[in-house]
Ligand binder design. Structure first.
Ligand SMILES: *Cc1c(COP(=O)(O)O)cnc(C)c1O
Length: 309
């Protein structure tokens, strides 16, 4: 089985910046109508490998709003491989109908196995693997977030020879697989800036496991205090950005990255005439869950929920 993913063209972001700086965006969220962004890139070679090794089942791990869970479910359905999602939080078993991510994954045929937070923390142990094998039989293993050697190989295909004109490439980071692929595929004159969505995680070590070059840097000050943390000002920024550009950003990853890039441009971080390419890694399904939360708190929601298909 060969999975073909398109090369995504870069679009200019229609905002004028100081110092002759330009910003383009690579809309990886448009990679596939059902499996958005970097997650399909990360799964591509894993799915091919699972098939090649004769597996009929794939197990992976994630939280209740995980883009990786949604993408794995959809990609498994496309490639005809059964998917099982081990989900953090056993209280969620009775709440599938209220959770847009789990509902979507279930509609793609994913089966769930809910575990407590303590059990979830032990998911990488050999005991847990045996435990899962006793329930589900032989399966192909994809770690939480999807990062492994094959995922990095898939993400190397995000960058193409059409991207040589840029001197900065920026991306959001979760586990570090996507930026590692981008680093490996980048050109010598380019600097890769990563914006971690999580706080206080040993990311540099993770990236060094996979990255073959050192032309990268992490920028930590735009995570708003941690994973999926937001504030009113940030939500207003996302809505304003959408109104100006018609580009929808997700509030967990790409939104914080673009927010950071624009703030850094405004503060003079980038040299004059810099050509910046931001990677839109997708994740738009996360908007539904975020809007549910905002609505409950009587806050302003993301206005483009209905525009994201
Ligand atoms: C998962 C995800 C990332 C982070 O990718 P990693 O390879 O885990 O670093 C970035 N953006 C979006 C939208 C994602 O869903």
């Amino acid at each position: 089985m060969q999975i073909q993913l398109p090369n995504i063209p870069n679009e200019p972001v229609p905002i004028s910046f100081r110092d002759g700086i330009t910003l383009h965006i690579k809309r990886e969220d448009k990679t596939h109508p059902k499996v958005s962004g970097n997650k399909y890139r990360k799964l591509k070679y894993n799915l091919q490998e699972a098939k090649r090794q004769g597996f009929t089942k794939l197990i992976t791990f994630g939280g209740a709003y995980s883009n990786h869970i949604a993408a794995t479910a959809a990609a498994g359905q496309l490639c005809n491989i059964e998917t099982i999602g081990v989900i953090r939080g056993d209280e969620l078993a009775s709440k599938i109908a209220q959770n847009p991510t789990l509902q979507y994954a279930a509609s793609c045929g994913m089966k769930f196995h809910f575990v407590s937070r303590e059990a979830f923390r032990k998911k990488h142990t050999p005991e847990f693997k045996i435990y899962l094998e006793n329930i589900f039989g032989k399966y192909y293993y994809v770690p939480e977030g999807g990062t492994n050697h094959w995922a990095v190989k898939g993400c190397q295909e995000i960058i193409t020879p059409c991207d040589t004109a840029f001197n900065f490439i920026t991306t959001a980071i979760g586990t570090g697989g996507t930026i590692s692929g981008i680093i490996n595929a980048s050109f010598e004159h380019q600097k890769i800036l990563g914006f971690p969505a999580l706080k206080g995680y040993f990311l540099s070590e993770e990236i060094k496991k996979y990255a073959e070059k050192s032309n990268w840097k992490l920028i930590h000050q735009y995570n708003l205090g941690g994973y999926a943390k937001i504030n009113d000002e940030f939500i207003a920024f996302l809505n304003n950005f959408y109104q100006k550009t018609a580009i929808p950003l997700d509030p967990v990853y790409t939104g914080k990255m673009i927010w950071g890039v624009i703030d850094l441009i405004d503060k003079g971080f980038f040299p004059k005439q810099s050509k910046i390419l931001a990677i839109h890694t997708g994740g738009l399904q996360g908007i539904y869950g975020m809007n549910q939360k905002l609505e409950k708190q009587n806050k302003n929601c993301l206005i483009y929920e209905n525009e994201i298909g």
